[in-house]
Design a protein around this ligand. Structure first.
Ligand code: HEM
Length: 476
């Protein structure tokens, strides 16, 4: 039974709810205009097992929930598979003092502690050198960029968190990446849906148990890293995020603070996970579109050459003089739709949305996909077109429906880092290389592979060095 004045939706079945209304391998198309949104409007409900969830579509309803009634919608459900899996982490932490303290700490540490703008740029530019080396070895050949971009994103966040980068064959990073890969598949698959729908099966030895084992494995590895940090750190002189947290622990003592070492392990694992697949899948989408739209790639390169002239590297501030590049990167984020259903929220008190009543504890699904493609919000919602972010004077503009990082108090904590990475990596690589869709690759297929994050189907790219444009090309 839906509560009184609850958003409408399809009739549920006993136990399973509306699970059969969704295709478990990719519910996106059911959420889309042609499906439930069209039938029930901007705010509708679904039963995921016995519990009703509310799906929010379109910019108007999204803003009312996430911005106007921010505190009412800032909770995270605590009794579902992903929250049990990431207990004591940050992404799924419930709205409250501990989440707030950890979020504030993470933002401040990313911003202020030696990771401020300058040194963050240096770290990203440093990591790009490894990406360039790999690309240079592939000149004239084709390569699959999946590992390349994944590696770059992972290493940037590892440097921030642990003060070190890892070669891709390093056993630490291999184990962590493998665990994350398996866990996002499980979290997204039918076993997690059953875990959420039928609580009595939760302790049975079913496939979802593998995900809990994976988390234990990762935690052990991070615990070892923390121990190493404790042995080598100089209190008050932090080298990385872990050191900062340990300094914070010294400062706070044991006096009832929510900061503790046990929490730190899951906190950094959350940050690593949240910051890797998201950025790398966005880059993968970007280069797929740039390769298959050579006119757009060339226009970016002309702008890059003009603005950077003879300087040896790009800086993040250059974006202010690169409206076209900015428009392209934003358009890539729009079509990449990297986290299509955001992270589940829940209501923290009884509230109203678009005239409907939602009791406290209602599971909230933000359909960000609906906003990023909403008719009426974009000049060309259905095609890849940088004009979506340019006004008639060719200046960069950001429509309010641009919400790939969500909105409100739970919005992506890594937005600043992610945007800096996307800009510096794309600009630096486009300046040096031309990316070509291989002749024998057939027609490009833009249909994404569904997951917690969307990714393009695996593809290959052909890489050529660009003609000499500046001192960095002088050796070629
Ligand atoms: C293109 C890259 C990225 C995209 C599209 C993205 C998108 C998102 C989205 C949609 C959410 C959910 C927001 C909500 O629940 O309302 C989120 C949360 C989060 N993201 Fe990102 N993200 C990206 C990169 C990063 C990076 C690099 C980091 C690491 C520093 C990061 C850390 C987080 C964290 C910690 C949260 C949870 C915040 C909270 O619950 O308070 N993300 N992100």
């Amino acid at each position: 039974q839906r509560p009184k004045n609850f958003p409408p939706g399809p009739a549920p079945l006993p136990i399973l709810g509306n699970l059969l209304n969704l295709s478990l391998d990719n519910p996106m198309k059911d959420f889309d205009r042609v499906g439930l949104w069209k039938s029930y409007g901007n705010v509708y409900s679904l039963f995921l097992g016995p519990k009703p969830a509310v799906v929010i579509n379109g910019v108007q309803a999204m803003k009312e929930a996430m911005v106007t009634k921010a505190a009412d919608f800032a909770g995270r459900p605590q009794d579902i598979f992903v929250s049990d899996l990431t207990q004591r982490g940050m992404v799924l932490a419930d709205y409250g003092a501990s989440w707030r303290e950890h979020r504030r700490f993470a933002l401040m540490t990313l911003r202020n502690f030696g990771l401020g703008k300058q040194s963050m740029e240096q770290r990203i530019l440093g990591e790009i050198q490894y990406t360039m080396e790999t690309l240079e070895k592939s000149i004239g050949a084709t390569l699959g960029p999946q590992v390349l971009f994944h590696n770059a994103a992972s290493n940037i966040i590892c440097q921030v968190l642990f003060g070190t980068r890892y070669d891709y064959d390093d056993s630490f990073i291999q184990v962590v990446v493998q665990c994350f890969k398996e866990n996002s598949k499980i979290a997204n698959g039918p076993w997690a849906m059953l875990y959420d729908s039928i609580p009595m099966i939760r302790n049975l030895p079913l496939p979802f148990m593998k995900a809990f084992k994976n988390i234990e494995t990762c935690k052990k590895l991070v615990t070892r890293l923390i121990a190493e940090h404790k042995d080598t750190r100089v209190p008050g002189q932090p080298r990385d995020f872990l050191d900062c947290y340990l300094d914070e622990l010294d400062k706070r003592g044991d006096g009832g603070s929510s900061f503790c070492e046990d929490r730190l392990t899951m906190f950094v694992l959350d940050l690593h996970f949240a910051g890797t697949d998201t950025t790398s899948n966005t880059l993968l989408t970007g280069f797929l579109y740039l390769m298959t739209h050579p006119d757009i790639q060339e226009r970016c390169q002309q702008e890059i050459d003009r603005v950077l002239a003879k300087r040896d590297h790009a800086s993040y501030d250059d974006r202010r003089n690169m409206p076209y590049m900015q428009a392209v990167i934003h358009e890539v984020q729009r079509v990449a739709n990297t986290v299509p259903l955001s992270v589940y929220h829940c209501t923290t008190s009884d509230t109203q949305l678009m005239g409907y009543s939602l009791p406290r504890g209602t599971l909230i699904i933000q359909n960000l996909n609906s906003v990023l493609n909403e008719e009426g919000q974009w000049k060309s919602p259905r095609e890849f077109n940088p004009d979506n972010f340019l006004n008639d004077q060719g200046e960069f503009v950001k429509p309010e429906a641009f919400m790939p990082f969500s909105a409100g108090p739970r919005m992506c904590l890594g937005e600043g880092l992610a945007r800096m990475e996307l800009f510096l990596i794309t600009v630096t690589l486009l300046r040096r290389f031309k990316f070509i869709w291989p002749e024998d690759a057939g027609r490009p297929d833009y249909t994404p592979v569904y997951g917690v994050t969307l990714s393009p189907k695996p593809y290959c790219m052909k890489v050529q060095l660009r003609a000499k444009q500046s001192p960095i090309f002088s050796e070629t």
